[in-house]
Write a protein that binds this ligand. Structure first.
Ligand code: SF4
Length: 328
C-alpha cells in the first residue's frame, strides 16, 4: 500500500455482531464517528508533507464495516472523499468491509463515488472457525462477494487471521489457498491477538483458548507467504503495526513481526544447503543481508549451534530469496 495513504477510521458502527477478537476502540483509539470535515482535515494534513504524492495517495476508510453503516452517513464520507479525487488531491478511495455487506446496490454506489479498492475481512475460509469467532458470515459470502467485486472491476483485497479460536495451521493454509483461487490483488495476514473486553479474552482467562506464540505465528506465516507470493498476490500487511499495551492481553504481537518472518524464510532457505559442519559464506541479494542474518543475529547463532559458522554477504547478481553457498 502506498505510504501516502490517508486513513480514516470508522470504528464499530455498522457491525452486526462483535467478533471474538475485536475491540476496535483499542485498535483505533477513537470513540466517535468521523464526519466529512474529518476527511478534509486528514487530506489537508497529508498535503503538508513534502513526501506526499497525490498520484499514489488514496483515502482509506478502515476499521469498521464500511458498507454496513447508515447509507446517508456512508455517502457523506464518500462525497467528501470524492471531492478530493475530483480536485486532484488523491487518486482513489479504499474501503474495508464485511463480506456479507456486498451486493449490486452497494457496489453501484461505490462505483459512483470512484472507490478503487475493496478489502474484505474474510479472516478464515472455514465455516466452523467463522462461527466459533462470531463473525456472522460464512465462507460462501467471501466467495460470492469477491467474485462480484472483481466483476465490477474493483481491486480486491482479502484479510485473513491466524490462530483464531478453533482454527489450526492447516486451516490457515486452506484459507490462503482458497484466497488464491479468488485472485485478490492484495492480502493482509494478522496473527490473532487477545485484547481486553473480547470474547477471546474471556476464553483465554478461563483456559479455553491459547493464542499462538510469536514463534508459532512466524512459522505458520512463513508457510503462508510463499502461497501468496507464488500466485503474484501482494502481501501488504503482516501483523499489527502497533498495539495499545493497556489493551493487550496475550498473543503473538511483535514490533518487527514481518522481519521475523523474513528471517525465518532465509533460515529455511539456507539450512538445507549447508552440508558438512564448518565455515560457509552465503551470498544473498542486495538489501537482503540483514534478513538472512536475522534479528539480533538469530540465524547466525542458530547455525552456530548446529556446527556451521556462516558469514553473509551481498551479491548484486543474486535475486531476493536466492542464495549462493560457498564452503571455506
Ligand atoms: S466486523 Fe470488523 S469491526 Fe466489526 S466487530 Fe467484526 S472485526 Fe470488529
Amino acid at each position: 500500500m502506498s505510504h501516502s495513504n490517508i486513513s480514516i477510521f470508522v470504528p464499530h458502527i455498522g457491525c452486526p455482531c462483535k467478533c471474538s477478537f475485536c475491540n476496535q476502540f483499542s485498535i483505533t483509539k477513537q470513540h466517535y464517528s468521523p464526519k466529512s470535515d474529518d476527511v478534509d482535515k486528514a487530506v489537508f494534513e497529508a498535503l503538508k508533507s513534502k513526501k506526499y504524492n497525490a498520484k499514489e495517495a488514496e483515502i482509506a476508510f478502515f476499521g469498521g464495516s464500511f458498507t454496513a453503516i447508515d447509507r446517508e452517513y456512508m455517502t457523506e464520507l464518500l462525497s467528501a472523499a470524492k471531492r478530493h479525487i475530483d480536485n486532484g488531491n488523491v487518486s482513489g478511495i479504499r474501503i474495508s468491509t464485511r463480506p456479507d455487506f456486498i451486493d449490486n446496490e452497494i457496489l453501484d454506489i461505490l462505483k459512483e463515488f470512484d472507490v478503487t479498492s475493496i478489502e474484505l475481512g474474510a479472516q478464515s475460509m472455514r465455516d466452523e472457525v467463522l462461527f466459533l469467532n462470531n463473525r456472522g458470515h460464512s465462507a460462501s459470502d467471501v466467495y460470492n462477494s469477491s467474485k462480484l467485486i472483481k466483476e465490477y472491476g474493483f481491486e480486491l483485497g482479502l484479510q485473513m487471521m491466524t490462530g483464531l479460536y478453533g482454527d489450526d495451521d492447516e486451516g490457515a493454509v486452506f484459507t490462503a489457498n482458497e484466497f488464491v483461487k479468488l485472485e485478490p490483488k492484495t492480502v493482509r495476514i494478522y496473527p490473532t491477538i487477545v485484547l481486553n473486553d473480547t470474547f477471546l479474552a474471556d476464553k483465554f482467562n478461563n483456559g479455553e483458548y491459547a493464542p499462538q506464540t510469536v514463534n508459532e505465528a512466524v512459522k505458520l506465516c512463513t508457510r503462508l507467504i510463499p502461497i501468496f507470493e507464488n500466485a503474484g498476490i501482494d502481501i501488504i500487511r503482516l501483523g499489527l503495526h502497533t498495539i495499545d499495551a493497556n489493551e493487550y492481553v496475550a498473543g503473538p504481537w511483535h514490533p518487527a513481526f514481518s522481519e521475523l518472518c523474513e528471517n525465518e524464510i532465509y533460515k529455511n532457505i539456507i539450512l538445507p544447503k549447508l552440508d558438512e559442519k564448518g565455515n560457509y559464506t552465503v551470498s544473498v541479494a542486495r538489501g537482503e543481508v540483514s534478513k538472512a542474518i536475522g534479528q539480533k543475529r538469530s540465524n547466525i547463532i542458530y547455525f552456530e549451534t548446529l556446527g556451521y559458522k556462516v558469514k553473509i554477504k551481498e551479491d548484486k547478481d543474486i535475486y531476493p530469496r536466492s542464495v549462493k553457498i560457498e564452503r571455506e
